[in-house]
Design a binder for this molecule. Sequence first.
Ligand SMILES: [Zn+2]
Length: 377
Amino acid sequence: MEDFIQGKKDEMLQLIERLVNIDSGSYVKEGIDEVGSILKEKYEELGFVVDVKEENENGNNLVIQHRDAKDPKIILVAHMDTVFPKGTVAERPFRIEGNRAYGPGVVDMKSSLVELLYAIKALEQNGSEAIKNVQIILNGDEEIGSVTSRPLIEQLSQGKEYALVMEPARKDGSLVSARRGGGRYTLIVKGKAAHSGIEPEKGRSAIEELAFKIIQLHSLTDHEKGISVNVGLIEGGSSVNTVSASAVAHVDIRISEMEQAEYLKEKIHEICSKTEVDGTKIFLEGDISRPPMEYNEQTESLLQIIQDVGKEIGISVRDTATGGGGDASFTSASGVATIDGLGPVGGNAHSEREYLEIDTLPERTLLLAKTIERLTD
Ligand SMILES: [Zn+2]
């Protein structure tokens, strides 16, 4: 299998180049769908059936499995959208410099899409039955919160034993074994305007009220428990000599265990249900809706299997936790043993400096193929 994959390295890079050079930002539906049709054709050549779930505004989602698949136990998830708007490819198309490839979405995650396809090709070429044990979801809206694909991922997670999620490996090659969950709130405080020189006693300061709320909300942060409550943006007031009539705060919440969500929701509502500055009012919007990908016993045993496979092929595979959310949170919250970060190694995702470490492409493809095989035995 190793020789087969090594021999395909240039072909893989060519396909990555082709996919990177299609603008497929989350709001560029035609680009995402073009990436989808290229991959659909490739999977069909391998005897796979591709079910295109048409979407009106977002990119289509694809569900792919072998035509003879029976009750596959492994779900693989990869996304086709990027964070880059239309026109990015014209500005900075795919290019290679030394051992690194650059371009919009090169590592997050056009290379992962190619890695996954070639892992399947390698298994097929090897006559492995494992190709009948996988169900693949290629979704088109991960970068905007998987609005349409989340229910699909949750539904198809039912009855699966393992989820392998194709986000890129970390810069140091680590897989991802935990992700924090979270949500967003917006706090709107209404007060009463008054001239601060002439009749300040008639005013009710929304900014003053918001200041209390910011401190109370931040006090919910508990780094040891992995809870973070951050008021990251505030707006308010109309002029320096006016008691402010309104103020707004945008709050980002991160949690590391699902049960922290209920506790925090309650606390946030409690804090916002009363005011310190008489005569002000608070309106609260938002929710904690993204579950964390929790590190638990089944994560540990899946990780162990992947590490054993890594040892056999000479890659030491470490793991790490990350604060960012992703589709792995949905498979994990559905009760399926999940490991993320199975894509090739790279860095600076979501920026102009995004890169892929080209040498890691064949080795990660081999790691993925052998892992799928091992999980099937
Ligand atoms: Zn991604």
